[in-house]
Design a protein around this ligand. Structure first.
Ligand code: SAH
Ligand code: AVI
Length: 431
């Protein structure tokens, strides 16, 4: 038997109720809007995986190249025993981190969290099969409601990859980050993937591919409403729209009604009308600049300790730790700089003023792709262990791509509550 557990953090029927509430609120609003988390039924998750393989959709490849180069440093710096992945999806790139943490000898458990149950369990099953000895707990949850973080005193690395944070609106993002920060302890770390602002033509192409996969993904939200609410949306009566909002610095996906139409949603006793050309917003996908990532993290009480981008500067990966001072400086007593509390050998107080040490990635190696590493201090500590901390030296460094080599926990009881709490944990056991 593989060490796979499935945990549910939300009360029975919670997600079904949330979908009904979101459909009612969003379809009676002006303009009409639906939250993007409802894309991801089984087919939606499959379509997303197809998107990640499209030529036009660069974020997955860009983030993977960063992870290939940086996973070793992240593993050495965090020495995490538990890897928690929010919005894990297929958890494909995650293997780079699992391999690195296993190579560092610290990895014991993997906790993928996702709202898309079928895809989550399939991904968790695969990982459990590939990493004998790794305890895998798949948590079915909405991370805005319940983060699904395992309790216990072991160092946790929480990862949120793919740029999914950009699918939250600014207020939701701030609440999510504050909620996560409030549940982290000294010694935990947070790895965040953010897609970066770039040429709008590149961005729009990534969300409006020639093969129409993104259009099918977008329209799938209507099929989700049809299946869950008995609605009679005709996906062919809508066209896919992707546009760049330069002011908000986000991509918007919309569904534009091709004709005047009336849609019935019997399960919520609702009829809605669409005028010809009327649009329903289904997703925002915010694009970031490094300063905004750092500022949003700082506002939530994180200190960014590492920042990497791919060679073309398309995608950013940040590694943060709980700041000594909490959100807006309300907590703690150390002012003006980050402080680390070493919970275990490996993460220590940053050695402010020290030079960056020798290149841990071996710049003389042939690099398949270059990545840029910035503001990360990684050097051997006094006892020969690697320390990760904030670095005062400015400027990007280019490092070669690195390849890193390739796991019990299971007592999922006591998972931490998320933004609005309100959940209950139910362990449905091994599968
Ligand atoms: N992390 C993967 C998948 C990204 S797709 C990658 O980088 O490729 C976004 C994933 O987040 C989907 O699997 C979707 O089901 C999940 N997701 C979206 N909103 C969510 C929410 N509110 N709570 C939990 N999972 C969510
Ligand atoms: C999951 N998320 C980061 C994707 C994105 O790029 O915003 C979802 C997606 N939407 C269209 N294509 C991909």
């Amino acid at each position: 038997m593989t060490a796979l557990r499935v945990a549910r953090c939300l009360p029975d029927g919670f997600l079904a109720g949330a979908l009904r509430a979101d459909a009612r609120a969003g379809l009676t609003a002006t303009p009409k809007v639906l939250p993007p988390k409802w894309f991801y039924d089984e087919r939606g998750s499959e379509l997303f995986e197809k998107i990640t393989r499209l030529d036009e959709y660069y974020p997955t490849r860009a983030e993977r190249s960063i992870l290939r180069a940086a996973a070793g440093q992240i593993a050495a710096g965090t020495r995490a025993r538990t890897l928690v992945e929010l919005g894990a999806g297929a958890a494909d790139k995650t293997r780079l981190l699992l391999d690195a943490l296993a190579g560092a000898g610290t990895l014991a458990s993997f906790v993928p969290v996702d709202v898309s149950e079928t895809a989550l369990i399939e991904a968790a099953r695969r990982v459990a099969g590939e990493y004998p000895g790794l305890a895998v707990t798949a948590v079915v949850s909405d991370f805005e409601e319940h983060l699904g973080l395992p309790s216990g005193s072991e160092a946790r690395l929480v990862v949120f990859l793919g740029g999914t944070i950009g699918n939250l609106l600014p207020g939701q993002r701030a609440a999510f980050l504050r909620s996560l920060r409030s549940r982290l302890r000294p010694g935990d770390a947070f790895l965040l993937g953010t897609d970066l602002v770039k040429d709008p033509a590149v961005l729009v192409a990534a969300y409006d591919d020639a093969a129409g996969v993104t259009a099918a993904f977008n329209k799938n939200i209507l099929s989700v409403l049809n299946a869950a609410l008995g609605a009679d949306f005709d996906p062919d009566a809508f066209e896919h729209v992707a546009l760049w909002d330069a002011g908000a610095e986000w991509i918007e996906m919309r569904l534009r009604s091709l004709q005047p139409q009336r849609v019935t949603l019997p399960a919520i006793d609702l009829q809605v009308t669409f005028g010809e050309g009327e649009e329903l917003r289904t997703e925002v996908s915010a694009k970031f600049r490094r300063e905004r990532v750092a500022a949003e993290l700082a506002a939530a009480g994180f200190t960014m300790a590492g920042w990497w981008t791919d060679g073309q500067g398309r995608f950013g990966l940040s590694l943060s730790v709980p700041a000594e001072r909490g959100p807006h400086g309300r907590r703690g007593s150390v002012a003006g700089r980050a402080a680390f509390h070493p919970p275990h050998p490996g993460i220590g107080e940053p050695q402010l003023g020290d030079q960056l040490g020798g290149d841990p990635l071996g710049r003389d190696r042939p690099a398949a792709e270059q990545v840029h590493r910035d503001q990360v201090l990684l050097r051997p500590g006094v006892n020969g262990q690697v320390r990760l901390g904030q670095d005062q030296h400015q400027g990007n460094r280019t490092v070669g791509e690195d390849h890193v080599a390739g796991v019990e926990h299971g007592a999922a009881a006591g998972l931490h509550r998320g933004a609005r709490g309100g959940g209950q944990f139910r362990d449905i056991g091994h599968r």
